[in-house]
Design a protein around this ligand. Structure first.
Ligand code: DGY
Length: 382
């Protein structure tokens, strides 16, 4: 029997490769003869560079850039072949770079993403895959644009400051100093979600709280992004704020739509193609995916749903394991319609967050072992 194991990482706990290895080890405890194909996944968020570099035989490069709160840090990008770079915004502006009490989406900047793009262009890369997701930022990519030579100005003609805060003052965008190499480089943007820039489903409303924003700040940041959208339209003559994916990574998607030679795609689709998922699904009996948290955001194109849709296309059943899973039947049914037939929580008992994060490896193994035992009981194993 063949099981394809294609999970994302469990944030703050295990990488996607570690999750896949734990599930495979647990499954084999009950069904040792199973052929387990481990395919670590990512959807644009943290881990995307490593996953694509591993899948394509590339390597990581390191350089010093501006971190989420303006401090210098060493970040990385991936080099695949002679001309392709992979850059994830989480490498320099990721939520997991900050402790919970440091999260500050009002000030956090995407400047480091622009600096990573410059570093890749400097060494001749001209096909650039950008991963959007897992960000601590809500600046619409303003910091990135400034790092690449755009001038974002307030109504006195001075450069705006960093973060969502700066966008409150934004009155005009001057692209005359933008790095000329952006015209010839091709950007493929891998988005982890398909949210628009603003409004009730926008970047601030849906992802602001996990970055540390309270209700008042969510509203203020949404207004900042609406102002940004207005200035973008004045600058390029087009509206980008309602396009699916514009709200990925705190609105970075909108900057790529407006100012780059870029196409936005679900990140998981790029990943599935990179690992040649279609051929792995041939003859598979089951797909197991997963993520640390599975909830209504998962439906917006995150890894478990992307994997499930592809499995459904090939007629292979798909289930998921999560650290936390939906507690509403409506969400489970919506996931089921997309091919994710069942979602299992891995926690064996009541635990606080710290304990849940530190015991994820053991809990994944036990849960996978039980699933394999049940699969056998149901007469599905050979
Ligand atoms: O980074 C974020 O804001 C979320 O992962 C959605 O893209």
């Amino acid at each position: 029997m063949k099981v394809v194991i294609a999970p994302d990482s469990f944030k703050e706990s295990l990488s996607a490769a570690e999750v896949a290895a734990a599930i495979a080890a647990g499954w084999r405890m009950a069904l040792p003869a199973t052929e387990c194909i481990e395919l670590p996944m990512a959807d644009g968020g943290e881990g995307t560079t490593q996953a694509l570099v591993t899948a394509s035989g590339g390597r990581l490069e390191h350089c010093d850039v501006t971190g989420p709160l303006g401090e210098m840090m060493t970040a990385f990008w991936g080099r695949i072949g002679e001309h392709t770079a992979v850059i994830e915004c989480a490498a320099s502006g990721g939520l997991d770079l900050l402790a919970r009490d440091q999260r500050d989406p009002w000030r956090a900047t995407t400047r480091g993403t622009g600096e990573l793009i410059r570093a890749a262009l400097d060494v001749g890369m001209n096909e650039i895959i950008i991963g959007l997701g897992g960000s601590a930022t809500n600046d619409g990519g303003a910091g990135m644009m400034q790092a690449l030579g755009a001038r974002l100005l307030d109504d006195s003609g001075a450069e705006i400051g960093p973060g969502a805060e700066g966008l409150e003052q934004l009155a005009a965008i001057d692209l005359s100093g933008l790095d000329k190499r952006l015209k010839t480089a091709r950007f493929q943007v891998a988005c982890d979600v398909d949210n628009p820039l603003t409004g009730p489903n926008g970047a601030s409303a849906i992802f602001g709280p996990q970055k540390g924003a309270d209700a008042a700040l969510v509203q203020r940041m949404d207004a900042c992004l609406a102002n940004y959208a207005r200035v973008i339209t004045e600058c390029i003559g087009e509206k980008v704020d309602t396009i699916a994916g514009a709200g990925a990574a705190g609105g970075l998607g909108a900057a790529f739509l407006a100012f780059f030679n870029a196409s936005l795609k679900p990140g998981i689709e790029i990943m599935l193609d990179a690992v040649d998922m279609d051929s792995h699904l041939e003859g598979a009996d089951l797909v197991i995916t997963g993520e640390g948290r599975i909830d209504s955001q998962t439906e917006r194109g995150k890894t478990p749903v992307g994997v499930a849709r592809r499995a459904k296309h090939h007629g292979v059943p798909c289930i998921a394991l999560g650290g936390s899973v939906p507690d509403e039947v409506e969400v489970l049914e919506a996931l089921s319609k997309q091919g994710l037939k069942a979602v299992f929580p891995i926690l064996p008992g009541v635990a606080d967050l710290e304990q849940a994060l530190s015991e994820a490896d053991t809990n994944l193994k036990l849960c996978a072992r039980n699933l394999a035992a049940y699969w056998q009981l149901a007469g599905r194993s050979d």
